[in-house]
Design a protein around this ligand. Structure first.
Ligand code: CA
Length: 223
């Protein structure tokens, strides 16, 4: 899952970025509204965290421009304390949730998880496909209740597929959601990682759709 963080306070930005990376997200950062708007407009993000008080272009304007252009990604806004009117303006501009500064990092992570869950149409933090269950809260994967050890990258791949169960995801699409913008991406390596995941899970829930990409399927349900 790939997150865009638009926050102009360097210390806070660093702390949030670290917490997100430690939780298995891929993170791009922007320090002003203009850069933030550009990234959100051009890169595919699974969730965006947007501070409202930003240099060059304020957060509400950034959000209005995104929504005006038809972007439906979930947005969590960060607001200063005691500014209820800012929250209202942000929510009216298309924010899905807000968090008032200062906040606990755990709460931010829980809200990010909830937003991603909701945008994938999921109601709980456990996602299952056949015997495989992925717990988004503690990043653990089990097969028939047995814990499976995946690398960070393997987890990111499987998590993205599990959050998009009924879709065919192209290699390029997967690549865009598991690496940040600075990474030298090579979508050819995706097949290698997919095969490793298949081997570790021991059940084939990841179908290859030739020329199109991958799709998750419960082996017991057939096509
Ligand atoms: Ca700010």
């Amino acid at each position: 899952m790939r997150v865009l963080l638009v926050e102009d306070e360097p210390d806070l930005s660093r702390q949030i970025k670290k917490a997100l990376i430690d939780s298995g997200y891929v993170v791009d950062c922007a320090g002003d509204g203009e850069e933030g708007h550009f990234l959100g407009d051009t890169e595919p993000y699974d969730v965006i965290i947007l501070d409202l008080g930003l240099p060059i272009m304020d957060g509400v304007s950034v959000l209005e421009k995104w929504r005006g252009a038809g972007h439906i990604f979930p947005v969590l806004i960060l607001t200063a304390r005691d500014t209820w009117s800012e929250k209202v303006a942000g929510l009216d501009a298309g924010a899905d949730d807000y968090l008032t500064k200062p906040f606990k990092m755990e709460e931010l992570l829980a809200r990010v998880r909830a937003l991603i869950r909701r945008s994938s149409g999921l109601a709980t933090s456990d996602i299952s496909c056949g015997p495989v269950t992925l717990n988004t809260k503690n990043s653990k994967v089990t097969v028939d209740g047995q814990a499976i050890k995946l690398t960070a990258l393997e987890y990111k791949l499987l998590s993205y597929l599990m959050h998009h169960r009924d879709e065919i995801i192209s290699r390029t699409g997967l690549t865009e959601h598991i690496y940040d913008q600075d990474f030298d991406r090579d979508s050819n390596t995706i097949e290698v990682f997919i095969n490793r995941i298949r081997k570790k899970l021991g059940v084939n829930i990841i179908q290859t759709k030739r020329g199109l990409g991958y799709r998750l399927a419960d082996p017991d349900e057939g096509e």
